[in-house]
Design a protein around this ligand. Sequence first.
Ligand SMILES: Cc1ncc(COP(=O)(O)O)c(C=O)c1O
Length: 396
Amino acid sequence: MLLINDRDRLDWRDGMTVQEMLDKMPAALAADWMVSAWDQNTVIRNATPGVSGVEEVAASWLIDLLGLPSQSGVGFVTGATMANFTGLAAARHQVLTAAGWDLDRDGLAGGPRVTVLVGEDRHATVDLALRYLGLGEPTTVAADEQGRIRPDALASALVGVQGPVIVALQAGNLHSGAFDAFGQCTRLAHDHGAWVHVDGAFGLWACASPALRHLVDGVEAADSWATDAHKTLNPPYDCGIAVVADPNALRAAFGLQASYLTHAGDHVEMFERVPEFSRRARGVPVWAALQSLGRSGVADLIDTMARNARAISAGLATVAGAEILNDVVFTQVSVSFGTDERTRAVTGRLLADGTTWMSGSRWRGRDVLRVSVSNWSTDADDVAASIDAVRRAARS
Ligand SMILES: Cc1ncc(COP(=O)(O)O)c(C=O)c1O
């Protein structure tokens, strides 16, 4: 029975080997089943103290593991789209309040225009979240050849903006895996009074790897972060995470009053951190994943994925006519096979073969075969089989 109130009894288990880690990963799946069987509504601590306690522990472990500000508010949502929505909702509320506009009373109409600056190669779901929030289309800022927002272009864009501003940065470009220059961009944005949000759906997990942490240098200075557990950490789907440095900004965006909701003191309740009200205890599988892996197990998991991506890239580079288009810094590889037509044909044959799944996509004006290493169980044999499958598809 998982009824967790004593944080000391839940300490990290260090020193697991990769093999042990792979064996133990099903803990998150089992926890997810238990969440369904328990059917606890994770709204307020007074009503469901067990699952709320587990989520609190998972939240504190997460911000410790990712090196984010310790007082941050954490909301467990369905995925990174809703985590982006959650962080950007807190941002919208805060920048409008700072501009003297009462969003809750007056809505958006007639208020100051909120400018949202995004890199031109951001993920489409950032735009979707902005649509949900009524903020319209973002203003795009030029990106470099890896898809990173250009700090010089961001500086120029900020100079031209009047009124409330939000800057959305990216940890992990879906084609290249590239990371924005967080330290420099966040300083520029904060100098202009902007809120900085980071979409780190899969890439924020680089924070948890000592070997890869340099990729996210300075990310902790942002104001909000979105990530997925279901991508990199690998509990079952329905597991995104929103983190906001100022928990009161989260409460300001999502809090509500109702006579039957008995708050536990000053505690920011579960429902005050997420867009939903009733919801499953989706933080429990996160707790189980972290408990079973430990700090070093999570780092191994991420390092193994990145190592597999490098091995796939090295293998694909030996396939006749293949060109790796990105610097493989994390878990993504984009490859072209000369013409767009041939790239599409190779992709089609690979998917028909069925040995491995890589997606067709289009990046920087070219068709690509896109690899995203994101399964916890991918091993060297899978990598070799995948490379062989691409080689066959490229030969046919
Ligand atoms: C960078 C990035 N942001 C956001 C998302 C959306 O995540 P989700 O599908 O969990 O909503 C993705 C999904 O691939 C992504 O790669």
